[in-house]
Design a binder for this molecule. Structure first.
Ligand code: 5GP
Ligand code: MN
Ligand code: MN
Length: 336
């Protein structure tokens, strides 16, 4: 990882420099949290001209609207075309940046990519990629430390939301001692983890609970899929959202209920985003590298959490996943 180059790029900034911070489409807690936390850090270093943005509609999911620093957010089409520095958060490839991808090629602008996806394509001029990091906010905190920026409550709240999101509230396998040590440093600034967690993870509109009922009632188990490892899946349509008056973000926690099924190693939720277009969330308990499956189907992600955009009907999308799973899993002797 180009730590020294990233530190130098930030140190080279002057009070007049304009810095554009960007993150991936449909931003999650890690994308927004690491981006906004780092923006506060740059402010502490005296950078006065800051914009943060992400591609697509400039809509922040309701649970993340309490994040400090959202006033720095501008719609993608209003962001500077010629900033002095671009810093990109939590995006494994330029394709995750939609219309903002073009900014990265502009002559004279350096792009620093901060990320933790093993599949990162190193599309920046300076790439600080740590696949061992539990979240991009781990990389962001380390870079702030190397820049000599002390943590304060605003930086910490953003980085904590990011860390808690990507570790599944400190439950997933990459929750190392270093992760807990970072969480301890963040909490030492006085932020309130109970309030933050309630806001981010445990507050949804009543209509969302009814919607979960509908979507979970359609859950299906295919024990023979993935060469016998099993697949559990469900889907949500645009009509489901309309009927219950809900925004798409409310569907995100559903994968955590679906993946509980003991009979399946792989789980997925197929979420309609247009007539023939579905955003797919995939999880694995360890038997399958779902990022490989996602990459073949045009997406990406991590070994045990990945996604892609599927086309056709929900059943066609799931059939495509099943085909790829059977290809990705090498059957063991007794499964053959
Ligand atoms: P989620 O299921 O939480 O939306 O996504 C899980 C992980 O899969 C994300 O951290 C991200 O790395 C990856 N991912 C999800 N959707 C896509 C997609 O459409 N394209 C790519 N390249 N990666 C995705
Ligand atoms: Mn993310
Ligand atoms: Mn992440």
């Amino acid at each position: 990882a180009d730590w020294a180059a990233a530190v130098a790029a930030v140190r080279d900034l002057t009070p007049d420099s304009r810095v554009l911070l960007i993150c991936h489409v449909n931003p999650d807690g890690d994308a927004l949290g690491s981006m906004l936390g780092f923006a506060f850090g740059l402010r502490r270093l005296g950078v006065r001209h800051l914009q943060t943005t992400f591609p697509g509609p400039p809509e922040v999911p309701e649970p993340l609207r309490g994040l400090p620093g959202l006033d720095l957010l501008v719609p993608a089409d209003e962001a500077w075309l010629d900033p002095d520095l671009v810093i990109c958060f939590d995006a494994a490839s330029a394709s995750r940046l939609g219309t903002l991808a073009g900014r990265l090629d502009r002559v004279g602008t350096t792009t620093v990519v901060l990320d933790h996806h093993a599949s990162n394509t190193r599309f920046g001029g300076i790439n600080v990629i740590d696949p061992a990091a539990a979240a991009t906010s781990v990389v962001a905190e380390e870079l702030l430390a190397r820049l000599g920026v002390p943590l304060d409550a605003e930086i910490a709240e953003c980085l904590y939301v990011a860390l808690a999101t990507d570790t599944g509230s400190f439950r997933f396998a990459m929750t190392t001692p270093a992760v807990h040590e970072m969480a301890a440093r963040l909490l030492a600034t006085g932020i309130r983890p109970g309030e933050i967690s309630r806001r981010i993870f445990d507050t949804r509109p009543f209509g969302a609970i009814r919607l979960y009922g509908d979507v979970l009632s359609r859950v299906q188990l295919a024990p023979d899929a993935a060469c016998g490892l099993g697949l559990v899946w469900t889907y949500a349509t645009l009509d489901d959202l309309t009927r219950h008056g809900q925004r798409p973000y409310v569907l995100e926690p559903l994968i955590d209920s679906v993946r509980c099924a003991a009979e399946a190693d792989v789980s997925c939720v197929v979420k309609q985003i247009a007539e023939d277009e579905w955003a797919v969330s995939m999880r694995s308990k360890g038997g399958v590298d779902v990022s490989q499956v996602a990459v073949v189907l045009g997406g990406g992600g991590h070994r045990f959490a990945a996604g892609f955009t599927g086309r056709g009907s929900a059943t066609e999308v799931v059939d495509a996943i099943r085909d790829e799973l059977d290809r990705a899993v090498v059957p063991t002797e007794d499964q053959r």
